[in-house]
Design a protein around this ligand. Structure first.
Ligand SMILES: *Cc1c(COP(=O)(O)O)cnc(C)c1O
Length: 214
């Protein structure tokens, strides 16, 4: 199937409450343009340099989401245009984003990444750290007027065990539900987005099911 067919099939299968981020990392601009021409306007990338190159080349009505782990010294390269940063996992990083956003007179939306998987390799905060950060930034306190924490992001363990994945998504959803000011719950990728939606995801990040394997 073509990128267009894959995209449209997934898009029409999603509930209207769920936003689709087309994860285009490693893929050439021609592939992204195929999705763009089929109506997709939100793309997710995990490397700032690659995202910036694509941003420069592509139409300006695209919303670019950074879904990868962000190094604080690289925030400046995307602060002019990035629309949502999914993987914020420290107050230090949030402060850097705030500072760079201020230089462009912008408010950058951010998601805090919560650690829910059993794998050691996945980044993220625990619930106490989340609460501390939310408390620090609430209502633009502490000079944090140029970021807005709009929700949470999490990645489940990479496993065939659906019960495990459900348990992890349920955990993230229950943390999300404790914070009524948060509106976006980014969970679910190609292999597990259907489960994620059952468990309350409002934003899915889908790459290989649209663009093919990497
Ligand atoms: C690559 C990636 C995705 C998409 O993965 P697929 O399995 O290709 O859908 C989603 N989220 C993050 C954080 C990723 O790095």
């Amino acid at each position: 199937m073509s990128i267009k067919d894959n995209l449209l099939q997934i898009k029409f299968s999603l509930p209207s409450s769920v936003t689709l981020v087309a994860v285009s990392k490693t893929k050439p601009v021609s592939d992204l343009m195929e999705a763009y021409n089929a109506g997709q306007r939100i793309f997710g990338e995990n490397k700032i340099q690659e995202m910036s190159e694509k941003w420069e080349e592509m139409p300006k009505d695209i919303q670019w989401h950074m879904i990868g782990h962000v190094q604080t010294n690289k925030v400046k390269y995307m602060s002019e245009y990035v629309s949502l940063i999914h993987g914020v996992d420290s107050l230090d990083l949030l402060q850097k984003i705030n500072k760079q956003a201020a230089k462009h007179n912008r408010v950058i939306d951010c998601l805090l990444q919560i650690y829910i998987a059993e794998e050691e390799t996945k980044f993220g905060l625990d619930e106490n750290e989340l609460n501390e950060i939310l408390h620090f930034v609430q209502n633009g306190k502490n000079g944090m007027q140029n970021i807005k924490v709009i929700g949470l992001m999490g990645m489940a363990t990479y496993t065939e065990n659906h019960e495990q994945i459900k348990k992890e998504f349920l955990n993230l959803k229950s943390i999300f539900d404790k914070h009524k000011q948060l509106t976006t719950l980014s969970m679910g990728m190609s292999g597990d987005y259907k489960i994620a939606i059952e468990y309350g995801s409002t934003m899915v990040r889908i790459g290989s099911s649209i663009f093919g394997g990497r």
